[in-house]
Ligand binder design. Structure first.
Ligand code: SAM
Length: 283
């Protein structure tokens, strides 16, 4: 690959979730939606660099790209910005990079058109990363709606509770498949999550996986696969929860309360491993 811009549909590699955003008006809308401050930006998956181009005009950017072919192209396209320090390009898998700690050693904002096959994983990592202050990301519409759903919505999920626990999630705008080349098979949305703090309790995440394990069953039924029914019954009574409620009908603060009460019950309040069997929360 030389430094001439490659044709997006010729080089797009499905295994890396490559749907390049070619509609300039959407790129502009993303830039306009960014919070107004000086925090540096992390971009995951700069691709051919069209969003990157606009980001480096306004902020310093660190970009993580897994595809070596694209890294070569980006190094040439952005040689000036790299030389004067506006852009730092890291070639490699961002998920592996996250294993070594925060993506940046200072507060940052994540702005990206994410690879959809790992978008939820990336967003959860960003919610856990103490240096990440907010995310403004293009994701599959259904994923955005799950993060931003309110209590009582049919798609209120463990992701909604996690986002609501750290701050506020909002769907900023919807994006049709034609904005991309090649077009994805799904609708997209730009999702913003503003964080007040970070996720730092893996046990709470595991508790939510149990609570939402079978969304059509009652919350009581899901939780009683792990916690003793008697403890749950008195707890539901104490917090004024009906046993017939399904997981999406209970709000973030009540989930926190139930979790804290069950955690206080500690190990002797939980069923033994053999009783939990296959339904024990997986890490
Ligand atoms: N930002 C570009 C745009 O808006 O046109 C490209 C977005 S494309 C949907 C997703 C990008 O993420 C691709 O460039 C892809 O190679 C990159 N990517 C996929 N998996 C990745 C990973 N594990 N780590 C870093 N980048 C990744």
């Amino acid at each position: 690959m030389n430094n001439y811009r490659p044709n997006a549909s010729d080089i797009a590699d499905k295994k890396f979730g490559q749907n390049f955003l070619e509609d300039r008006s959407i790129v502009e809308k993303i830039i306009e939606a960014m919070p107004e401050d000086d925090l540096p930006i992390v971009e995951i998956g700069p691709g051919l660099g069209d969003l990157t181009q606009e980001l480096v005009r306004v902020r310093s950017v660190t970009a993580f790209e897994v595809d070596k072919r694209l890294c070569g192209y980006l190094e040439k396209r952005f040689s000036g910005a790299i030389a004067d320090g506006r852009l730092r390009l890291e070639c490699g898998d961002v998920l592996k990079r996250w294993e070594g700690g925060s993506l940046l050693e200072q507060p940052y904002r994540l702005v990206a058109n994410l690879p959809y096959y790992i978008a939820t994983t990336i967003l959860l990592k960003a919610l856990r990363d103490p240096h990440c202050r907010s995310t403004l990301t293009m994701v599959q519409k259904e994923v955005a709606e799950k993060f931003a759903a309110c209590e009582g919505d049919r798609n209120f999920s463990a992701l909604s509770v996690l986002a609501g626990s750290v701050g506020e999630a909002t769907v900023r705008f919807l994006v049709p498949p034609e904005a991309f080349n090649p077009p994805p098979k799904v609708d997209s949305a730009v999702l913003e999550i503003r964080k007040e703090h970070s996720l730092n309790d893996e046990a709470f995440e595991a508790f939510l996986r149990v609570a939402f394990k079978q969304p059509r069953k009652t919350l009581m039924k899901n939780l009683s696969s792990v916690y003793p029914k008697a403890v749950l019954t008195s707890l539901f009574e104490e917090v004024g929860l009906q046993q017939t409620l399904r997981p999406h009908q209970v709000g973030t603060s009540l989930y926190r309360r139930i979790y804290q009460a069950l955690t206080k019950e500690s190990d002797h309040g939980k069923k033994s491993e053999s009783e939990c069997g296959a339904t024990k929360p997986k890490r």
